[in-house]
Design a protein around this ligand. Structure first.
Ligand SMILES: Nc1ncnc2c1ncn2[C@@H]1O[C@H](COP(=O)(O)OP(=O)(O)OP(=O)(O)O)[C@@H](O)[C@H]1O
Length: 482
């Protein structure tokens, strides 16, 4: 197994449909190999060997620990990572990646683990932001903003980027809530093979920026920037089996076409990594370009049912070829002011200076303090958080409970949005901020929040043309200090 590409097989248990149809077991698992069985249950034909083959009883958490956790750890350290599940329709990809309430999937486990890892690195500040997209009928859609239904893909110095909504987050609970919102927008549909079949490829992206934590220091050195892709592919399917007609048929055609493009890229990479490979053949290969023969650590989970023969052979052949891909992950260190953590750190310093300036107005600094608290919470460094078990058990106890995030705004062009972390019931103490800065302009706040007398409030108004960070009820401008 290559250090950079790991390929494993996950065999799921028979499902009700297969049991009702009395489908026989076509495969036996022994010592990380899969052996084809004949009608009498005897091994015959070729076998397939992988570094790991997980049988029907394996829990997703075990798969996570073996092949996903090292990638999440590497991502925190500044290496790009990708984990994706591949296989025919109804083979267990979504069960493995997204999971259920009782069996959290790789994505949930990665999110919980990510924040645990960050908590244990107090000497670095982290900024985590997420986006969630799907490729449906060869169109890239934003699952966090359904109005963005045909988003563009860009080549950047940091790799392939999509123009999707990015949400800055500071806790696993927030991220899980965002995922839930995104999943509700995902294209699924019923087929003969799967009651809830994914009709799109989904990619949950986590961007992690980190820098050395130096108390009270605005200027930072290099920043590590990495991207983690957690991918749940739609499954290859035959119209004859799925009974797909009309829209379902069209979806199936697009799914098969993009999976063929993926298989071709992998085949060529395995044969000769230096030959030309057209990643632009499909949106899927374009977005995963870095993860296939590029700057990333990648794990592939081949999901199979023990009751299928040809489709399982096809998936195993795909996995066999993928084992030969060579990636070249490097530590992504940048010195750029363009990193969001640099911008927020500088903004934090500037606000703190401004606060000092206004110290004589004892109550007037309340607004600034709120902004500072918001920024400090965005920049995570070893903050105590709930344990993974707490979060999972809370989710189980209250499956319907929605965690309220008071403001998560989309990132518009030149506008970055971040959640507000103060509780929504905070009393607002409207005071006039005046004094040392001529940048201050009056702004009427919505009333009703206050238990103190109504007065005109003010907030920082920046020079024009700078980036804006929207809190629920505040706007902070970025970029004017450098
Ligand atoms: N390890 C497992 N244990 C129990 N049930 C499973 C397991 N894996 C999958 N299943 C069940 O198998 C069915 C199909 O799984 P899933 O929807 O994850 O397949 P899929 O590969 O994502 O399919 P598609 O490509 O059509 O979206 C579901 O009912 C799911 O609950």
């Amino acid at each position: 197994m290559s250090d950079n590409i790991k390929v494993v097989v996950k065999v799921r248990p028979l499902i009700t449909r297969e049991i009702e149809e009395k489908l026989p077991y076509q495969w036996r698992i022994k010592n990380n190999s899969l052996y084809q069985l004949d009608q009498n249950g005897k091994e015959f034909g070729s076998s397939f060997t992988f570094d790991k083959v997980y049988d029907e009883s394996t829990k997703t958490s075990e798969v996570y620990n073996d092949i996903a956790k090292p990638i999440v750890e590497a991502a925190v350290a500044g290496f790009n990572g990708t984990i994706f599940a591949y296989g025919q329709t109804s083979s267990g990809k979504t069960y493995t990646m997204a999971g259920t309430e009782s069996s959290p999937g790789i994505i949930t486990l990665a999110v919980l683990n990510l924040f645990e890892i960050i908590k244990n690195i107090p000497d670095r500040d982290f900024l985590v932001r997420v986006s969630y997209i799907e490729i449906y009928n060869e169109t890239v859609k934003d699952l966090l903003n359904i109005e963005k239904d045909n988003i563009k893909i860009h080549d950047t110095l940091q790799g392939i980027k999509v123009d999707a909504t990015e949400k800055v987050t500071s806790s696993p609970e927030e991220v899980l809530e965002i995922i839930k919102q995104g999943e509700a927008n995902r294209q699924t549909g019923s087929t003969n093979m799967n009651e809830k079949s994914s009709r799109s490829h989904s990619i949950f992206q986590i961007t992690i920026e980190s820098k050395e934590h130096v108390e009270g220091k605005e200027e930072v050195g290099s920043v590590n920037v990495s991207q983690l892709n957690l991918v749940d592919l739609a499954g290859s399917e035959r119209a004859g089996q799925t009974g797909a007609k009309g829209l379902r048929f069209k979806e199936g055609t697009h799914i098969n076409k993009s999976l063929s493009a993926l298989a071709l890229v992998i085949k060529k990479l395995a044969e000769n990594p230096w030959q030309f490979n057209n990643y632009r053949d499909s949106k899927l290969t374009r977005i995963l370009q870095n993860s296939l023969g590029g700057n990333a650590k990648t794990s592939i989970i081949c999901a199979v049912t023990p009751a299928a023969l040809e489709e399982t052979i096809s998936t195993l052949q795909f996995g066999n070829r993928a084992k030969f891909i060579k990636n070249e992950p490097i530590l992504n260190e940048v010195q750029s002011n363009a990193t969001m953590i640099q911008q927020l750190t500088k903004k934090l310093g500037a606000l703190q200076t401004e606060l000092e300036c206004k110290k004589h107005l004892e109550q007037g600094n309340y607004n600034l303090q709120k902004q500072i608290a918001g920024l400090q919470r965005l920049i995570l460094s070893g903050v105590t958080r709930h344990s993974t078990e707490d979060i999972i058990s809370t989710r189980r106890k209250h499956p319907q409970r929605r965690i309220t995030i008071s403001a998560l705004h989309s990132v518009e062009e030149s506008t970055t949005s971040i959640p507000r972390f103060c509780t929504p019931v905070l009393k607002y103490n409207p005071m006039t901020l005046g004094g040392c800065s001529s940048d201050l302009a009056p702004l009427q706040r919505p009333g009703t929040l206050s238990t103190v007398p109504e007065e005109t409030s003010r907030m920082v108004t920046p020079p024009p043309g700078d980036k804006r960070v929207n809190f629920e009820d505040e706007i902070i401008e970025l970029g004017m200090y450098y």
